[in-house]
Ligand binder design. Structure first.
Ligand code: G3P
Ligand code: MG
Length: 255
């Protein structure tokens, strides 16, 4: 049902390193993580980059939208200084390079497709096409658990991903489960629901599992809550506190 790792480092290295950077990923790896969640959106030239916000200003200096800049312009920007001076010059990763690094190092990926408003279709199809090509060897050999899990809050992005790469599994991100969550998840042939742990109830967790879906929670930063969610049947979660909740937390918790 859930063939993937159960504890993921959110945005690469959680809150211990600049999010969505190679430095963050290495920080997660240093903590023992071999599974991460990260965010991908399109630059002006249609090239996907690893970023969370659709605008500059928080993690990269500057102003305007991500889609106002070409990918190589973004890749030359400093995505590390906002976090700490030690990370000055840490670049905005190109999605292809970041995913290849993960693949080469055996890091399993939950790729969150994070389209800027109006770019849902292009973002979903571009990210899925690249991921499917990169993992064609694993998919062809039936090693589906090695391939990334694509997730998104955007139904259009998920449908676009299915269109170009039906073989890649998809997860529907929903902050709070709406009453029609099952219909919506089936519309995109989702294998899992990814939900905000703040809003999830035990009854909802049981309903999602009884309906046959995987269930993933973001972002779980307290060990007691992580243990509770696993006891409810939650399959996996991501955490910002990779210092408090290690990659083997679920195994130790008996989850
Ligand atoms: O994919 C889970 C989580 O990352 C979704 O929210 O805003 O942290 O990307 P956000
Ligand atoms: Mg995310």
């Amino acid at each position: 049902m859930w063939p993937y790792p159960k504890v993921l480092a959110h945005r690469g290295g959680g809150t211990l390193a600049p999010e969505n950077t190679l430095a963050g990923l290495r920080r997660g790896m240093a903590a023992g993580f071999r599974a991460i969640e990260y965010d991908v959106m399109l630059a002006r030239d249609g090239v996907p980059v690893v970023l969370h916000d659709p605008f500059l200003g928080r993690t990269v200096p500057g102003s305007g939208h991500v889609y106002d800049y070409d990918a190589l312009e973004l890749a030359a920007m400093d995505a590390g200084s906002w976090f700490a001076r030690d990370y000055e010059g840490e670049p905005v990763p190109l999605f292809v390079e970041f995913a290849q690094y993960c693949k080469a190092h055996g890091i399993w990926m939950n790729i969150e497709i994070k389209p800027a408003p109006g770019y849902e279709l292009e973002t979903g199809s571009t990210v899925a096409r690249i991921a499917a090509a990169m993992f064609a060897d694993d998919i062809g050999a039936g090693r589906l658990a090695q391939a990334p899990l694509l997730s998104s809050f955007s139904q259009v992005a998920l449908e676009a991903a299915r269109e170009v790469a039906p073989q890649l599994p998809r997860a529907f991100l929903m902050s709070e489960l709406p009453p029609d969550w099952e219909r919506r998840a089936r519309e995109v042939d989702a294998v899992a629901l990814h939900v905000n742990q703040r809003h999830l109830t035990r009854a909802q967790a049981q309903a999602v599992k009884a309906a046959g879906f995987g269930l993933f929670c973001y972002t779980v930063n307290e060990a007691a809550r992580a243990a509770e969610l696993l006891a409810w049947g939650v399959d996996a979660f991501c955490t910002d506190r990779i210092d408090l909740i290690g990659p083997d937390f679920a195994a130790r918790a008996g989850g």
